[in-house]
Structures are given as structure tokens and as C-alpha cells.
Write a protein that binds this ligand. Structure first.
Ligand SMILES: *Cc1c(COP(=O)(O)O)cnc(C)c1O
Length: 397
């Protein structure tokens, strides 16, 4: 390799990329298709409140996932809030700490205490063997998260929930287009929640959905997302404004048209990273199970500092200086963020795997904005940094 240690940007060299390479740059479908939908929308003057695009988006999602109901929302955070409330969650709810902060905030926002559970270090998902010890008389439910699009251990979670009479909902924000035991993720528990935020696999600018096979719950959620209105002048619940706008549904429909293309690109990127990063000491890449379908939306590395000779944070700093804006998802864990850090200052003692993993993971840029040549260069950089770790660290000191 020709790069010398002081060619690295962190040591004053030129950055490998002139334009920053981001994690989560949006996948954008056919613009003309979107523009045509927006023209229809303006012609109709129907911009929100269950417009035809929202109805069609909900119908398509429900059909794809094989569920009875899909209620589209303005985002997944509000969808989680509504689902937790509609499912009757109160008191305490058990959630993994290794997730995006919205999973915890959606509970705390309505005065429900998120009780953080540790993860299985192999899957990064909530460890069902650690749930039971966290159940108290105040526990009302569990939120499982299908992190990186890989289903959490739904069967074990449901068994525990059944034994203790707890409700279960799933945060499936990462898992649109992924399967569990060959079936589309979306029909487990009382409800599952998807995100269609711009950075997610299927993008509706902002957006989310609650999907469920429970008719009564679906009806309640439908009213709650519209202030609790049941008819023109009648309000029957505390509701919120969780409605999806027609513009978002139009974008969601546009994204749905290209979903096979997005998956193919992600998959190819994933394979290219895997080839480029194999056999680098201390670097392992998250794998996906055989026989399931995935969206391959996340490229997640684990860095073992002892073997790599560099810490995750050092590698992240090196890459960022090269304009590769890798992200430390989900550092430092919800339990180390406010207000949870103040409420439960010792929560980390019960979360050894989460604490360990948050110092080791790194997400790399992928998606349709990232090309083959970008990925090869990123892999070369990682190869180089780790191959020259002692010299790089010495030069950085
Ligand atoms: C993105 C995300 C959310 C929140 O989704 P929004 O649509 O942005 O509100 C919730 N949970 C997880 C795991 C996420 O990644």
C-alpha cells in the first residue's frame, strides 16, 4: 500500500474524499413520478387528513406485510407513543438501551419509565434471558427492537410476556422489507412500528406507521392519531396530531416503486464492504442470517481494539478526517443520555454487554448515494489505518 502514515488527513494529509460521505443519505426514487403525484394532490386540494395517497400507502404497506391494518403517522416516534398508549402501557416498560433514543423517549414522554434491558452481543438485540429479572409489579409491557433489520427473539419475548400478562409492541423502524422465519416483519406482538424518516430504508421525507392484526387496537390508534376524534364533533380519547401528510405519502409511494432497486444496491454495497474488509484483524462486520430477506440498510462494524491495534473512536476519527462520516450508532446507549442518566445513574451495572458494544460499533455509509469506488476507498483506508496502527497512533499523539 502506497499511502504513508502521514498521508492520512488526521495527520495533515489530503482527505481521501472531497465531498463528505454520509451515513443515511436518503434513497430517492423517480422524481417525475413524485412530481406527477404532487400535481394530482394540488389539483385535488387535499393535503392531509386521510387523503387518497395516505390511504393507498397504508393499503400497500398492509398488503406487503400481510397484516390487517396499517395506520400511517407523521413519524415513528409519535407512532410509538400512540401504540404504547393504545396498548395500555403504564408504569414501567422494558426496552433495550442499545437503540435510538426515540424508543425510550416515546415512553418517558407520557410518564412511563423505560427500564433498560441488556442485549445479546451476537445479535445486538434485547436478550430475553435478562427480561424476567427486570419485571416488577409496575411493569406493563415490553418493547422489542429489531435492530439493523434483524428480528429480535420474538418467540422468547412472547413467552415471557404471556407468563406475566405483559403487552408487547415492536420498534421495527429498521426492519421494513425484512423477514423473520420467512414472513415479513410486522405481525408480531400487539403492534409493530415502522419509520419512514429520510434516513431510513423506505423514505417518506418524515413518516411512520403502526401495523397490527388487532382490529380494536387499530381502530383506537386511528382515532388517537387524529386528536381522538370519532366523527365531526365527538372526541372519545386523548389524542394527538399524528397524521401523515399527503406529500409524505406521495414520497412513500414513490419510494415503494423503487424498493427492489434500493435493496439490490444495499446488498451489493454490503457484499463489497464484506469483501473489502475481510481478514482485517479486529474488524468484524455484522452478518445477516441465511434464508431471510433483509434491506441491508446498515453496514455495521465491530472493532476489537486489542486485535486491531486501534480503538473504534480512533478509527472513527481517522475516517471522519477523510470525509467518511461514519457514525457510532448507538453510542453511548439510552441509559447514558438524559434524563435516564440522572434517573438511573447506575443502570450500566446491569448492562455489561451494552456498555461493551457501544465502545465497539461503527456504522459505515451505504445506500444509493454511495458508489462502488467509494466503498473500495473506504475499505482501503480502514486496511491502511489498521495495518499501520502503531505508527498512526504514534504520529497522532
Ligand atoms: C429512526 C428510529 C426511530 C424514530 O423514527 P422517526 O420516524 O424518526 O420518529 C425509532 N426507533 C428506532 C430504532 C429508529 O432507528
Amino acid at each position: 500500500m502506497k499511502r504513508s502514515p502521514n498521508d492520512l488527513a488526521i495527520l495533515g494529509g489530503m482527505a481521501a474524499f472531497r465531498e463528505p460521505l454520509h451515513v443515511g443519505r436518503p434513497n430517492i426514487g423517480d422524481r417525475e413520478y413524485l412530481m406527477a403525484l404532487l400535481q394530482d394532490m394540488f389539483d385535488r386540494r387535499w393535503l392531509t387528513n386521510d387523503g387518497p395517497f395516505v390511504i393507498e400507502f397504508e393499503r400497500r404497506i398492509a398488503m406487503m406485510l400481510g397484516v390487517r391494518h396499517c395506520v400511517a403517522t407523521c413519524n415513528a416516534t409519535v407512532a410509538l407513543e400512540i401504540a404504547a398508549r393504545a396498548a395500555g402501557f403504564t408504569g414501567e416498560v422494558i426496552v433495550p438501551s442499545f437503540t435510538f433514543i426515540a424508543t425510550a423517549h416515546a415512553l418517558q414522554w407520557q410518564g412511563i419509565t423505560p427500564v433498560f434491558c441488556d442485549i445479546d452481543p451476537d445479535t445486538h438485540n434485547i436478550d430475553p434471558d435478562r427480561i424476567e429479572a427486570l419485571i416488577t409489579p409496575r411493569t406493563s409491557g415490553i418493547i422489542g427492537v429489531h435492530l439493523w433489520g434483524r428480528a429480535c427473539n420474538v418467540e422468547a419475548i412472547e413467552r415471557i410476556a404471556h407468563r406475566y400478562g405483559l403487552g408487547v409492541i415492536y420498534d421495527a423502524a429498521h426492519a421494513f422489507g425484512c423477514t423473520h422465519r420467512g414472513k415479513p416483519i410486522g405481525s408480531a406482538g400487539r403492534a409493530e412500528i415502522f419509520s419512514f424518516h429520510a434516513t431510513k430504508f423506505l423514505n417518506a421525507f418524515e413518516g411512520g406507521a403502526v401495523v397490527t392484526n388487532d382490529d380494536e387496537l387499530a381502530g383506537k390508534i386511528r382515532l388517537m392519531k387524529n386528536f381522538g376524534f370519532d366523527g365531526v364533533d365527538q372526541v372519545v380519547y386523548i389524542g394527538t396530531n399524528g397524521k401523515m401528510a399527503e406529500t409524505s405519502a406521495a414520497m412513500g409511494l414513490t419510494s415503494l416503486e423503487r424498493i427492489d432497486h434500493f435493496t439490490a444496491v444495499n446488498r451489493e454495497n454490503h457484499d463489497r464492504y464484506r469483501n473489502g474488509l475481510r481478514d482485517i484483524p479486529g474488524i468484524s462486520m455484522l452478518t445477516y442470517a441465511q434464508g431471510e430477506t433483509y434491506n441491508y440498510h446498515y453496514v455495521v462494524l465491530e472493532i476489537n481494539e486489542e486485535q486491531a491495534g486501534l480503538s473504534r473512536d480512533t478509527l472513527c476519527a481517522i475516517l471522519r478526517a477523510e470525509n467518511v462520516l461514519a457514525r457510532r450508532y448507538f453510542y453511548p446507549g439510552c441509559h447514558r443520555m438524559e434524563p435516564y442518566r440522572s434517573y438511573f445513574p447506575h443502570a450500566g451495572l446491569l448492562l455489561p454487554e451494552t456498555e461493551r458494544l457501544t465502545t465497539r460499533v461503527l456504522s459505515l455509509p451505504t445506500g444509493t448515494a454511495v458508489g462502488t469506488e467509494h466503498i473500495e476507498k473506504v475499505c482501503e483506508l480502514i486496511h491502511f489505518a489498521i495495518g499501520h496502527a502503531p505508527a498512526v497512533i504514534q504520529a497522532m499523539a
